[in-house]
Ligand binder design. Structure first.
Ligand SMILES: Cc1ncc(C[n+]2csc(CCOP(=O)(O)OP(=O)(O)O)c2C)c(N)n1
Length: 620
């Protein structure tokens, strides 16, 4: 397909690109910080996308019907704001508020802006989010396209290639990436500089339709994007050869200008004069390429079946209950999607396939992408449950962090938590996952102990608008709660309690069972112990914990199958910070190893025997 643009149209478009450069220089100079050279290389790309390739309503950037644009190279935020200004959404003078405390035009794109679905700026995340969004659009059967702009330095991130593999494997023809190959990174030229052939070979090898263009040639870009829109079933990447700082005479194609604004005064004046001299002043009549009407709302969720477990019934692992609950949720709510990283038969995420095989996405062994895909799905109204062994989610932690910044509605389920997995050994044991999730202030964190509470945790997670982490365990455990038991965010369960309690023991997961055994042991000696199932680690049930501390003479023991920092002991300590309480924290304090679960609980100091010993010691 060939796109012959009338001269005045082409000149008008060129002026748009020049205006985007002018805005980027002005706003960063005014802010005294930012990345004008990063913006300048992308000005024609942004112009071709915003004035030709994308279908969207410039006056309704949050419309569900719009094509989606993800600025993966988030430090180019000023050119994104400039584009939305040039299409008429952001008033021009507002651009000068860039990076101010009272402006949404932050240094990197925030989701407080209606045209930003996900925060970017930690490089290497946008393409994974794009894959998730492309899948969401496919699930909804709509024809929206997802456009992602990456930097060339950025594509050194492994996560980009995790996403690229999945996009090609899944034939996501609705995903179109552009790499702004401007040759320079932050501190040095990029690995491949302007070796466009090397880029082409790599992307082709990953299964993408690949187009190499002069990234400052608007006609070439428009033609390439038109071709990309025709793609039958493969994602397309436009490899745009550009120059960093294009049009800024003092900085064009020069090392040492990354992340530096043009200083106010003579240099900024000269730069703006040079840019203004490039304006043709051509009249430009633009009619936005409006999208077709969006799809209707998803079907109203139906009532989820209650958990099928009963005290005294067969033992069930909490990870199994997660899979069963996920299947039940998926049957009740078409927005629920399962995301697996090739451990779905261990995490039980594959159970969702029994409800609908189309709603189980396979990311293979690529946990950064796993979290990013979930983020993209959530951005488009899905309720994604992404799961792996708790330990492997650590690989996706930076994505979890950006999901927190964006308040993305993702549900992460870590299975095989702690030393209780046993024989597989230390590399398979998640012992820092609670610390990761709880470090993010807006994550809700559940740690269910039995199958009923695990089922309810999954159901609660689906209903929360924001990121949730659920920690589950490998061993099969007894059922503690009947199906009618009500679980709530921020509420724990008191399992043993009497007026004579002299110590409170707080556990969750496998250690709750150890706590119950210890309480039995102590009761036989005439010592009454209160036992609390923490369940909701964040937010925490301060009221119940404070009452327990007060009523148990200030003697509290926490016991957890997690390292000592950032887990349930830390959370309880913080909750009791203003109380007169003596808190003993039993946790895994050394590097773990293989063994039988019971042997390991004993070796690492979190067994029933050690809890009871600790209680006796406190009361002595
Ligand atoms: C994961 C991550 N690592 C490092 C950085 C710091 N950083 C910001 S921009 C940049 C260079 C990016 O180069 P490139 O992708 O080529 O973008 P350009 O500015 O050249 O368009 C670096 C290293 C970051 N933001 N994210």
């Amino acid at each position: 397909m060939s796109t012959a643009l009338a001269t005045n149209t082409l000149d008008g478009l060129k002026d748009k690109a020049t205006m985007m450069r002018i805005h980027s220089v002005r706003s960063t100079t005014e802010a005294g910080s930012g990345h004008p050279t990063t913006c300048a290389s992308a000005a024609e790309i942004m112009t071709a996308l915003f004035f030709d390739a994308m279908r969207y309503d410039p006056q309704d950037p949050a419309s569900e019907a719009n094509d989606v644009f993800i600025l993966s190279k988030g430090h180019a935020a000023p050119v994104l704001y400039a584009a939305w200004s040039e299409v008429g959404y952001i008033p021009e003078d507002e651009l000068l508020n860039l990076r101010r405390i009272d402006s949404d035009l932050e240094g990197h794109p925030p989701t407080t802006l209606p045209f930003v679905d996900v925060a970017t700026g930690s490089l290497g995340q946008g393409l994974s989010v794009g894959v998730g969004m492309a899948h969401a659009c496919r699930l909804d059967g709509n024809e929206r396209r997802i456009w992602v702009l990456l930097g060339d330095g950025e594509v050194a991130e492994g996560s980009v290639w995790e996403a690229a593999s999945m996009a090609a494997n899944d034939g996501l023809g609705n995903l179109i990436a552009t790499v702004d190959v401007n040759r320079l990174g932050q501190s040095a030229p990029t690995m491949l500089q302007h070796d466009m052939d090397a880029y082409r070979i790599r992307w082709e090898a990953f299964g993408w339709e690949t187009l190499v263009v002069d990234g400052h040639d608007l006609e070439a870009l428009i033609e390439a994007y038109a071709q990309a829109r025709e793609s039958a079933g493969q994602p397309t990447v436009i490899l745009a050869k550009t120059y960093k700082g294009r049009g800024i005479p003092c900085a064009e194609d020069k090392d040492g200008w990354h992340g530096k604004p043009i200083p106010k005064g003579e240099l900024a004046d000269e730069t703006l004069e040079a840019l203004q001299a490039q304006l043709t002043g051509a009249s430009f009549d633009w009619t936005p390429n409006l999208p077709p009407a969006g799809n209707g709302q998803p079907a109203e969720p139906r009532q989820v079946a209650p958990p099928p477990y009963r005290p005294g019934g067969p033992v069930v692992a909490t990870r199994q209950a997660y899979g069963a609950a996920l299947e039940a949720l998926a049957r009740a709510d078409s927005r629920v999607v399962g995301v697996d990283g090739d451990v779905g038969n261990s995490t039980f995420t594959t159970d969702i396939g029994k409800a609908d095989p189309g709603r189980l996405l396979q990311c293979y062994i690529a946990e950064q992408n796993l979290v990013g895909v979930a983020m993209g799905l959530a951005c488009r109204g899905k309720i994604p449950f992404a799961s792996s062994f708790a330990c492997f989610l650590a690989r996706g932690y930076d994505f979890m962090r950006l999901a927190a910044i964006s308040s993305t509605n993702i549900k992460l389920v870590g299975t095989h938590a702690g030393i209780s997995i046993g024989e597989d050994g230390a590399s398979q044991m998640g012992l820092e996952d609670l610390a990761m999730a709880c470090a993010e202030p807006n994550y809700t964190v559940f740690y269910p102990s039995d199958a009923t509470s695990a089922w309810r945790a999954i159901e609660l997670a689906a209903g929360i608008d924001g990121p949730v982490y659920v920690r589950t365990s490998r061993p099969k455990t007894e059922i503690l709660y009947g199906s009618g038991e009500v679980f709530e965010v921020g509420r724990s369960k008191v399992l043993r309690s009497s007026a004579d309690d002299s110590v409170a023991i707080i556990g969750a997961g496998v250690t709750l069972y150890e706590a119950l055994k210890a309480a039995d042991e102590l009761a036989a000696e005439g010592i009454q112990a209160r036992v609390i199932d923490l369940f909701s680690v964040q937010p925490i049930d301060r009221e119940t914990l404070v009452a327990a501390a007060v009523e148990c003479g200030g003697k509290v023991i926490t016991v957890e199958d997690h390292y000592a920092h950032g887990g349930i002991g830390s959370a309880v300590l913080a909750a009791l910070a203003e109380e007169h309480a003596q808190v003993r924290q039993l946790a895994v304090r050394d590097i773990a190893r293989s063994g039988k679960p019971d042997e390991l609980l004993e070796r690492f100091g979190i067994s029933a025997r050690q809890i009871a010993a600790s209680a006796r010691d406190m009361l002595a």
